[in-house]
Design a protein around this ligand. Structure first.
Ligand SMILES: [Zn+2]
Ligand SMILES: [Zn+2]
Length: 317
């Protein structure tokens, strides 16, 4: 593809002023052998800027690799390749990014790429939780009373990802963010369907510890909704979402949050029952879980999810 012409070692090689860095090869530094200076390659190239592959062809070729990585279940590699295209500025700017991706690797490729971003991990925590700092991971605060921050779970939600364990929306290209948001709402809804007890049924847990485990998992999904609500507000502020879609997504978030909120409360009540049997109904733990189950927004605890709660039907704001 590239005629390097005279090499640096050639006796008739004479240095020249730096070559024009607008030459096409300057956009593809990865094609240049590492032992050759880019300026010299540009100067030596006899193509006069016409032979090097068209930028769009190059971007399409890398996009095909993105598709291959997705097919091989290597989402991290797919995202890295895609980010390489964006960083090199080779994605066409004449059509929307999603349209280009669809025309090149199909709707399946677009969905796969958005799903890769939707399920990408937060790099600041392990699965959304970190050791609780207020209680140093003991689950207990002053006087041995259950820690309010982690509810005695010893670990608290990661502040960066709101306990979701997922990467921030900021990592995702603007054009894919609304699709990523939809996928994350699917993740929250399907997780809720698995974790929420059947209507009227009491959670099957037999220990307070097990109740707290279920609550932590429900709260992780509530975090997904909370970060989606914040992202939605950002999209609204930037005029990136139509009023009709905005309303639909708000309702979706609110409805799933209602379900999670109810499941958390019923599980807290189960913890109260179990704790009462073990340590008596006037123990500080029982009083705390009992208060929490009746509190309006779980204020001051790891369960407080104000952005999502505002969209819930039971919201009074
Ligand atoms: Zn704690
Ligand atoms: Zn995190």
């Amino acid at each position: 593809m590239v005629n390097l012409g005279k090499s640096a070692k050639s006796p008739d090689y004479h240095p020249r002023p730096p070559a024009n860095n607008r030459h096409p090869i300057a956009k593809f530094p990865q094609l240049v052998p590492t032992n050759l200076p880019l300026d010299m390659v540009i100067y030596s190239c006899h193509c006069e800027g016409t032979v090097v592959a068209d930028a769009r062809l190059y971007a399409d070729a890398v996009l095909a690799d993105v598709h291959a990585a997705l097919s091989a279940r290597r989402p991290h590699i797919a995202m890295r390749l895609f980010e390489q295209i964006l960083a090199s500025g080779q994605a066409p700017d004449s059509i929307p990014l999603t349209q280009w991706i669809t025309s090149s690797i199909g709707r399946e490729g677009l969905s796969g790429l958005a799903l890769a971003y939707a399920t990408g991990s937060c790099s600041y925590c392990t699965r959304g939780r970190r050791e609780c700092s207020p209680c140093d991971g003991t689950g207990r605060g002053e006087n041995g009373i259950v820690c309010r921050a982690c509810l005695g779970m010893r670990r608290e939600p990661c502040e960066t990802c709101r306990g979701t364990g997922l990467s921030g929306y900021g990592k995702c290209p603007d054009d894919l963010r609304s699709l990523v948001l939809s996928y994350r709402l699917c993740i929250a809804a399907s997780g809720a369907a698995r974790l929420v007890p059947e209507d009227g049924a009491s959670p099957p847990e037999l220990t307070v510890e097990a109740c707290l485990h279920r609550i932590a998992n429900l709260n992780k999904l509530a975090g997904v909704l909370d970060s989606a609500a914040v992202e939605l507000a950002g999209q609204q502020a930037r005029g990136l979402i139509s009023p009709a879609r905005l309303e639909r997504v708000k309702q979706r978030i609110g409805k799933t949050y209602d379900t999670l909120d109810a499941a958390i409360r019923v599980t807290l009540k189960r913890a109260v029952e179990l704790s009462s049997l073990a340590v008596g109904d006037q123990s500080p733990d029982v009083l705390f879980y009992s208060w929490l189950a009746r509190s309006s927004r779980f204020e001051g605890t790891a369960l407080h999810r104000n952005s999502a709660a505002r969209l819930a039907s039971r919201s009074t704001i």
